[in-house]
Design a protein around this ligand. Structure first.
Ligand code: PHE
Length: 333
């Protein structure tokens, strides 16, 4: 029995010397020292020993157990150190490698122009409003004094969703929504940027979807000259001091009188940028404002038009193609 124990020790020591990873070491531990391990198996035969032999063998067995246990513990520590070292080596970071360059995003030129326009009007005391793109015929046409027989209501010009619901063809319905929301109170000074839709074949100057900014001012004694002054102040801030504007008589069902406004460009001459006018008494009345007491002006400008002019772009489709070579040019705008 003594020999078996000594053999076991020798064998275990040899096996441990050859072990090179923690998993295998664990298996060895079970094999030799586990509950069903070899040492236990040998000790189970103790009963066959004589009284004299038993204590000596028992002591030897315990010595061997302690010895093997401490060896395993040492080996475990050694292997753990090795594993850590290997991991540190594998995960080493080369700080000299070039990084991944991230290109910062930037505002779309149309958004940049809208923000500039908003800032200018906010500076003049206007609030920024919003309205739905899917709009009622009632707001897009009816309340704006655009009668049932008006050509703009033709299926050829407007995207109808049902007979009463459509994609707004202009931001002017937000005039009506604003008036209703204010419930007869003044002053009103609001602008509203947003998308509008018209049935058009897309080309360099037309798009079935584009953007407008609506403006509405209602108060006591609002006059045409205030409209003129407001627009002039806007244009000078947007296109530079000394930029001239010109008002031409025009027609819109919801303004009276109505004008179209041009700005003067030294290369291209007079260019139309917006429609405007004094709010039609019938529009005020329908929305709950007494036109005998209150007057107002409204305007609506095409954002693409302003952006084309400001940045000297020649094709409106550039705004919608999302060509990065085009968009990157506006990074600092
Ligand atoms: N809604 C008009 C258009 O789309 C523009 C406009 C707005 C005209 C407000 C007058 C007053 O053409």
């Amino acid at each position: 029995m003594r020999d078996r124990l000594l053999n076991l020790r020798e064998e275990a020591v040899a096996a441990m010397g050859a072990v090179s990873d923690l998993e295998d070491l664990k298996k060895l531990k079970v094999k030799y020292l586990g509950k069903k391990g070899e040492l236990t198996t040998i000790l189970r035969g103790m009963g066959t020993l004589s009284e004299e032999e038993r204590p000596a063998i028992g002591r030897l067995a315990n010595e061997i157990r302690t010895y093997l246990e401490s060896m395993i513990a040492n080996k475990e520590e050694e292997l753990q150190d090795l594993a850590l070292e290997q991991r540190l080596k594998d995960e080493k970071i080369d700080v000299t490698l070039p990084g991944i360059r991230r290109t910062p995003g930037s505002l779309h030129p149309l958004m940049a122009v809208i923000e500039q326009i908003e800032d200018i009007f906010i500076g003049m005391g206007f609030e920024v409003a919003e309205g739905p793109e899917v709009e009622l015929d009632l707001y897009n046409f009816e309340m704006l004094n655009i009668g049932k027989d008006h050509p703009a209501r033709d299926m050829q010009d407007t995207f109808y969703i049902s007979s009463e619901i459509l994609l707004r063809t202009q931001t002017s319905p937000v005039q009506v929504r604003t008036l209703q929301k204010k419930e007869g109170k003044v002053p009103i000074r609001m602008i509203c940027p947003g998308k509008v839709y018209r049935r058009d074949d897309d080309d360099a100057t037309h798009s079935h979807q584009f953007m407008q900014i609506e403006g509405l001012v209602v108060d006591r004694r609002v006059s045409m000259s205030e409209l003129n002054g407001t627009l002039l102040a806007f244009v000078e801030k947007m296109f530079g001091e000394g930029t001239e504007i010109r008002l031409r008589p025009s027609y819109f069902p919801f303004t009276e009188p109505s004008v179209e406004v041009d700005i003067f460009d030294s290369d291209k001459g007079w260019l139309e940028i917006l429609g405007a006018g004094m709010v039609h008494p019938r529009v005020l009345e329908k929305a709950g404002y007494n036109p005998e007491r209150y007057t107002g002006f409204a305007f609506g400008m095409g954002v693409e038009r302003i952006a084309l002019l400001k940045y000297d772009i020649d094709d409106i489709r550039q705004f919608y193609n999302n060509d990065l070579r085009f968009l990157h040019q506006f990074q600092s705008v």
